[in-house]
Design a protein around this ligand. Sequence first.
Ligand code: SF4
Ligand code: SF4
Length: 201
Amino acid sequence: MRLPKLRELKEAVTAVLSPRFTTRFPAAPCVVPERYRGKPEFDLDSCIGCGACVNVCPTLALTQTEDTEADPPVRKITLRHDTCIFCGNCSESCTTETGIRLSNEWDLAGLDREAMAETHEYELQLCEKCGAVVGTKKHLVWLYEKLGPLAYANPSLLIAKRAELTEEPQAVQHQGADTVQTSDFMRILCPKCKCELNIRP
Ligand code: SF4
Ligand code: SF4
């Protein structure tokens, strides 16, 4: 019986004389390891607004809405820091790999929940035939650049890239859901209209 008591006494004395294991936060800043998973941050140069991160966010901290009536039409992606659990799914699934990254900022406490949200807008490309959403303009240009010479098999990507280079206004806007014609080949089309163009009798 005496031996276990002595062991406990030794552990108590060791603990008293050892440096503290807990941090002194909030009295002193808490420095986290370099690879700590903290607040997600967008890199707006490499984020193309594709929305892949929104689809994998388990807490709906990332959401997206589309306003096709706006001029120009836009997709809005909102990140709420108050519901983010720093899981890293968004960063791991990012299409461009660097559009969103977890920083090691973690102290996000505050009293105003509305101030804990950030929203970014991306211009949308609508189908020039039926007006359906094709994707963001940045996404189409990114695909063109990613595919290289293979992009020449897809007129939509060529036209999107040319529009970015020339910044000329698009000559033809969507014209309603009438039948897709051969002359629509050199237009930006949604998958449905492209399919109709390719398999029409
Ligand atoms: S870290 Fe997780 S919870 Fe936070 S925004 Fe990314 S996917 Fe959503
Ligand atoms: S997946 Fe990446 S590129 Fe796409 S919207 Fe999210 S952060 Fe941006």
